[in-house]
Design a protein around this ligand. Structure first.
Ligand SMILES: Nc1ncnc2c1ncn2[C@@H]1O[C@H](COP(=O)(O)OP(=O)(O)OP(=O)(O)O)[C@@H](O)[C@H]1O
Length: 298
């Protein structure tokens, strides 16, 4: 079953198209990583899916309903980001307790154990938490709520490395016992690569790619060798990224549609064929130029 369906969804703020005709579906009980650069439209897209803001054009369905101001959708999803605010009169313990009355699948025992593990003070107010501690507290809410649709918008903002690791591990462990549909946005694929099943990559508000992490690993291939030989070899191919190495060498990345015979041909010319890390590939696919920052200096 599709939990999220977006068909040519756009969101315009004044003259800015934050989301531009995005189309994709997210199936039930999958963890999807929404990856994109700063300003790519991740938050806008997630807020549309959560039902906080209305799309300008296109069609969005969440649990087969239009999400904006929809009770069924809001009862079945949780959206967490670092902007979340709670009343100052509530302590952290109060917030956890009231969450239990709000979310049908709430696991108070798990929330309490995570709360203790991360050494929170039950009497503290949410407002006075540090940035990283706010994110950690949000994580507890997001995991213990066990909502059928769980949306984390850049959940690890401010977290230190060990808390980040703990977060991903806790989320994965709980997901394996209680599968649900989870969307996590991030700038960095490598951090969440082991956790997610699918990658939804957006660039300038448009869907650039939507596929499994497994397929993403095979999506591109790189050639490393003498500039003349490599450029000759990739002449009729779309170059996703290229970088000059030294005086007469180049590294060029193209989509991986190569036949074995072509690979052999490249090798026979002394060109090295190397795989491309998924994280690097996402950077190349969302870059404004095929040379990246080097183009500024060339
Ligand atoms: N309320 C708003 N009014 C005007 N422009 C907005 C508004 N919200 C977002 N934008 C613009 O829409 C674009 C997409 O913003 P969005 O916050 O969705 O990106 P993002 O991918 O989440 O970015 P980041 O990774 O930096 O948080 C940006 O150019 C941003 O300036």
């Amino acid at each position: 079953m599709n939990v999220v369906m977006c068909n040519r969804v756009s969101k315009v703020y004044g003259k800015k198209k934050a989301v531009n005709e995005c189309s994709f579906t997210i199936k039930e009980n999958k963890i999807t990583g929404l990856i994109g650069r700063n300003g790519a439209g991740k938050t806008t897209l997630l807020k549309i899916i959560a039902g906080f803001i209305h799309e300008t054009a296109g069609e969005v369905h969440v649990f087969s309903e239009k999400p904006f101001n929809n009770l069924k959708v809001s009862a079945n999803r949780i959206y967490l980001d670092d902007q979340i605010n709670f009343s100052n009169s509530l302590t952290l313990k109060d917030i956890l307790q009231s969450a239990g009355t709000f979310y049908q699948n709430w696991d108070q025992g798990l929330a309490d154990r995570l709360f203790q593990y991360f050494s929170f003070d039950p009497k503290q107010s949410h407002q006075n938490l540090s940035k990283g501690m706010k994110s950690t507290f949000n994580m507890i809410l997001g995991i213990a709520a066990r909502c059928p649709l769980t949306i984390f918008d850049e959940p690890t903002t401010g977290m230190d490395a060990s808390v980040r690791k703990d977060f991903y591990r806790a989320l994965l462990k709980d997901y394996l016992d209680h599968p649900r549909t989870i969307i996590l946005s991030s700038h960095l694929l490598n951090e969440i690569e082991d956790l997610i099943e699918d990658v939804l990559l957006i660039k300038d508000g448009e869907t650039r790619l939507h596929m499994s992490v497994e397929n993403l690993k095979e999506y591109a291939i790189a050639f490393n060798g003498k500039t003349e030989d490599v450029l000759d070899f990739v002449r009729n191919k779309d170059i996703l990224f290229q970088k000059r190495i030294g005086i007469d060498h180049i590294y060029a990345v193209v989509e991986n549609h190569l036949k074995d015979s072509e690979k052999e041909n490249a090798r026979s010319k002394g060109i090295e064929i190397v795989s491309v890390a998924s994280d690097d590939l996402c950077t190349y696919l969302t870059s404004k130029t095929i040379g990246g920052i080097d183009d500024v200096f060339n």
